[in-house]
Every structure is written in C-alpha cells, then in structure tokens.
Design a protein around this ligand. Structure first.
Ligand SMILES: Cc1cc2nc3c(=O)[nH]c(=O)nc-3n(C[C@H](O)[C@H](O)[C@H](O)COP(=O)(O)OP(=O)(O)OC[C@H]3O[C@@H](n4cnc5c(N)ncnc54)[C@H](O)[C@@H]3O)c2cc1C
Length: 500
C-alpha cells in the first residue's frame, strides 16, 4: 500500500458508479476498498451464462465513442479504450421503431439523423434540424460535454430540468406523429409523459445520435477492467461482502458491518447502492428525519420483464440495430404495461458474440412490468420461488414470443431455449427498490427535490451512481466524477481527463 495514501475510502457497491469513483480516487492516492454483496462485480454490468451463451443484463448499447466524442474521452481516461472491443451499430438506423404498422429509423451523426428523419417526415425538416440543434446546445452547455467546472449548470440546462421531454419536443414541432417518433426512445430512460425532464432525454439522445455501439463479449468486461485498474493502483475489490450497516459516532461515519460479521473501518465512505436502501442501513441521527423521509418517499422508475433467447445455430440473421415495438402511439405517451395487453411495447436486441456477426446466437426482449404484478412473490429469493411464479413467467414469455413472431414471422421456430427475469430478479441482483430500472424518477415539477446530492449530512459519507445524476453509461460516469470531486478538485480531475 502506498505510504503517501490520502486515507482509506470504502465504496459500497461495485456497479459502474462505485468502480469509476474507485478508479478516480485510487488514481489520486486514496486507498480504495470496493465491497460488493454478490459473487460477481458490476451491478447492471453483470452478465450470466446459460447453455454456453453469455447474456448482458443492464448494458446493451453505448454512444459517443468516436474519437473526440465524450465517451471516447472518458474511456481513454478510465483505461478502457484499449481493453474493450466495440462494434458500431447500423449508422443508417441504429434504433428502429415500429409504431403500429409504421417503421422509423434513428440514424447517427447529427446531419445524417436529420436527413434520415426528414426522409420520413419531408414537411418537417426544419423542425428536426431545430430539435437536433437544441439537444446539442443543451448537452454541450452542461459540464458533461464541455468538461468545464461542475457547478456551471447553465440557464439552458436549468430550463431543461423544469420542462418535460414531451413539451420540449412539442416546442420543436407541431406534428404529433413526429413528436411520438422523437419521444419513442423514452423507453430507454423510462420516461413518463408530462413528468420526466427534457434534460434526461436530451443527454441520452445526444449521446446516441453522435454514434452508437455494442460491446463485444459482454458488459462485464468493463467492470473487470475497472476492478483490475483499481487493484493495480493498490486498491481492492471484494465480492461476497454485503454491508448490513453503516455505523457512525456523534460526528461521522466510522465503519461498516458485513453480513458475515466483518467490521471494516475507513476515513471516508461512498455508497453506490440506491439511496433509500442505503439509508435503511444507517441508524445514526446525523441523518435527519426529514431528509430520510424525502429520500425514502421518492418515486422510482418502472421495472421490466426480460426474455433471454438462445437461437438454434445459424437460424436468425444478426440485426445490427435495436428494434423497438409499440402497439400504437398512445403506448409511447402512457407507458402502457397492463397484464391484460401484455406486452404493448418491447425492445428487441440481438447480442453480439463475435465479430463474424452474420447470425445471431442470442437475443433479449425487454418490456415494462410493474412491481405490483409480482409483489405477491416478494418474500422469495432467486432459485427459491413458487411454482405459480414460474407459471406466470412462462405465460408472459409465451405472450412475448407470439408478439415478436408477428413482427419477425417464423422466429418462434428458431428458438432453442429461453430464460426470463422479472422485477424481482432485478430487485435481488442489483438491490434497486422494487427492481426499478434506473432508480429514482426525475420530475420536472420538482427538479431539485427529485435529485439526490452526492453530499449528505454525514461529513465523510457520500452517494454515487445513477441516482445522483442520470442513469446509463454517460450519466453514471458523470455521477462518479461528481462524487470524486468531493475528494479531489474538479479542475484536477477534468484536466487529467482532457490530457490523458
Ligand atoms: C435492463 C437494463 C438495461 C439497460 N441498458 C442500458 C444500455 O443499453 N446503455 C446504458 O448506457 N445504460 C443502460 N442501463 C443503465 C445502466 O446499466 C445503469 O444506469 C448503471 O449501470 C447503474 O450503475 P450504478 O453503479 O448506479 O448501480 P448498480 O449497477 O445498480 O450497482 C449497485 C451495486 O451495489 C451492490 N449492492 C447493493 N447493496 C449492497 C450491499 N448492501 N453491500 C454491498 N453491495 C451492495 C449491487 O449488488 C450492485 O452491484 C440499463 C439498465 C437496465 C436495468
């Protein structure tokens, strides 16, 4: 261990947020220990293997990875660029949306996006150009893209926090069909019409419109690379290390207690675990009741039901795009996910197992599901659930396969095996409240209250992860930078990122 260490930091949770924060702190001389409750690190970056096929669970495609773009810059700093392989998605349509009987494509490259969308909406070229210009303006005015000082949240960004994404889109075009198409990937941020701030949509869309890629070989590679780097800088990443309590004295946090009885002390603590779950493990009065109630009462984003498919060998041609299906435009506005109409919408993604991608080996189909639809089994754990739960999942899977077969006739017969996960699976594997996809739901009506600061009333204890800034690869890296900036000056972190 380095003798000039600036102190020991315990980070609870090895999701992307915990690992990136650990990486920055280890690089800046802190002695970092990351504690993960599972046997596998990564949180949503986890993968699982069935019948020799590896499945991603929570990271399917990423954007802005061309040289000079924002994720390229971050990945270079995080020493990921040379260690992971990415494959570009179809430039002419990386996201394909089937809404009822109509098909639309998002192309990447801002000008190409405009041209492609304008070919689908010839009377609205100027609206589309305005939309692209405005999302870029907002994204670039934020700290994330400009890599300026973190507190420079410009007016343009504050407006985007208090305007809903649908109002923002409506301010760019009057055409209701174009509005629906521009809002269609709200599926990817669990957007809620009239509620989710434009800011969330702007950052995601701008991220993917620059360029879009799949990760070859599974998103767990990102987690292992970050863990290896932390270890090579003197830190440690421990699995099967579940924190059951964060303990404080009168002034600050002193140690954490683990489920196996271990007690670990440190100078500083960071939690990458959902804030309300974290607070349930802190008894100290340093956390005031009002704050505890505010965080605990925050609404969370929806959860999902996922179908994991293994195809018969060489039976299905690989799709180099993501396919979103909606019964109708109303689905986009309402996030309809009743069991009676299940599934009204879904995202169908082929996984990439090697670069010779003529045939798909596997796929995932993801659709929204409410936690209340599975809550009657909530007292069970993975592998030990009742037969009626398995029957429920089978029924859902068959409905999804039938619906998929309507868009891709014959696909039913190409399936060799399938597996499923429900909101309970997400709850148990990532410890998000009610298996919520992206944690706390942002609210344009309450933009400040629905954001969680990395700082807490405990002076040596911070939050990181998707609940601090935004979810997703970019959002969580930015959260980790915000948290790390409580330890290392933001100017130093940003200059290191720019100069690597
Ligand atoms: C289905 C799905 C699809 C997605 N697709 C994409 C995508 O295509 N592109 C994209 O950019 N983003 C995607 N995302 C979002 C992205 O994966 C997440 O926003 C991000 O990975 C969250 O990282 P995190 O560090 O905040 O939290 P998490 O990944 O949830 O990590 C939290 C970690 O804390 C651990 N933990 C919890 N409690 C304890 C405890 N008591 N003790 C120790 N450890 C504990 C958990 O086990 C977990 O490892 C997707 C998410 C989901 C769910």
């Amino acid at each position: 261990m380095s003798s000039n260490s600036k102190g020991r930091v315990i980070i609870v949770g090895s999701g992307l947020g915990g690992l990136v924060c650990g990486y920055i702190l280890a690089k800046n001389g802190y002695r970092v220990t990351v504690l993960e409750k599972h046997y596998q690190i990564g949180g949503c970056l986890q993968t699982f293997t069935r019948n020799g096929v590896k499945f991603d669970t929570g990271m399917h495609y990423i954007g802005s990875l061309e040289k000079g773009q924002i994720l390229y810059t971050f990945f270079k700093y995080l020493d990921l660029l040379d260690n992971i392989k990415v494959v570009p998605l179809d430039r002419d349509g990386f996201d394909v949306f089937r809404i009822g009987n109509n098909t639309y494509r998002y192309a990447y490259g801002p000008e190409h996006f405009i041209d492609t969308m304008a070919a689908q909406f010839p009377n609205n070229r100027e609206d589309i150009a305005l939309y692209v210009r405005r999302i870029r303006e907002i994204a670039e005015a934020s700290f994330t893209h400009s890599l300026r000082h973190i507190s420079e949240d410009s007016t343009i960004n504050r407006e985007a926090l208090s305007t809903s994404y649908n109002d923002f889109i409506a301010s760019c075009t009057d055409n209701p069909h174009l509005q629906a198409v521009l809002a269609a990937n709200s599926f990817l941020y669990a957007g809620v019409w009239d509620k989710t701030p434009a800011y969330v949509m702007v950052h995601l869309n701008n991220f993917y419109i620059q360029s879009a890629y799949r990760i070859l070989g599974g998103s767990d590679i990102i987690a292992s690379c970050l863990a290896r780097s932390i270890e090579s800088m003197g830190g440690e990443v421990l699995t099967r290390a579940e924190v059951t309590e964060f303990v404080c004295d009168q002034k600050q946090m002193t140690h954490v207690e683990l489920s196996d009885g271990r007690v670990l002390e440190a100078d500083y603590f960071v939690s990458d675990v959902h804030p309300s779950i974290t607070l349930s493990k802190i008894k100290s009065p340093l956390i005031r009741k009002v704050y505890r109630a505010r965080i605990t009462d925050m609404e969370n984003t929806l959860s999902v039901f996922t179908l994991y498919i293994v195809f018969k060998k060489n039976s299905v041609k690989y799709n180099n795009y993501n396919f979103y299906f909606f019964d109708d435009e109303e689905c986009i506005r309402s996030n309809r996910c009743d069991l009676e109409t299940f599934p009204s919408s879904y995202l169908y993604i082929h996984q990439l197992s090697d670069e010779q991608n003529e045939y798909a080996e596997s796929a995932e189909v993801i659709t929204y599901m409410k936690y209340s639809d599975v809550s009657k089994w909530e007292n069970s754990t993975v592998g030990r659930r009742r037969a009626d739960y398995e029957a429920f999942k089978k029924e859902c899977a068959e409905k999804m396969i039938n619906k998929l077969d309507m868009q891709f006739p014959g696909i039913k017969d190409c399936i060799a095996y399938y597996y499923t996960s429900s909101p309970l699976t997400y709850r148990d594997y990532t410890a998000t409240a009610n298996g919520s996809l992206y944690g706390i739901a942002k609210d344009k009506g309450n933009p400040i209250q629905s954001r969680v600061s990395q700082r807490t009333k405990i002076p040596n204890f911070y939050f990181t992860g998707q609940n601090i800034n935004l979810h997703g690869m970019l959002g969580v890296i930015v959260s980790a930078i915000s948290t790390a900036s409580e330890f290392v000056s933001i100017e130093k972190i940003l200059s290191d990122i720019q100069n690597v």
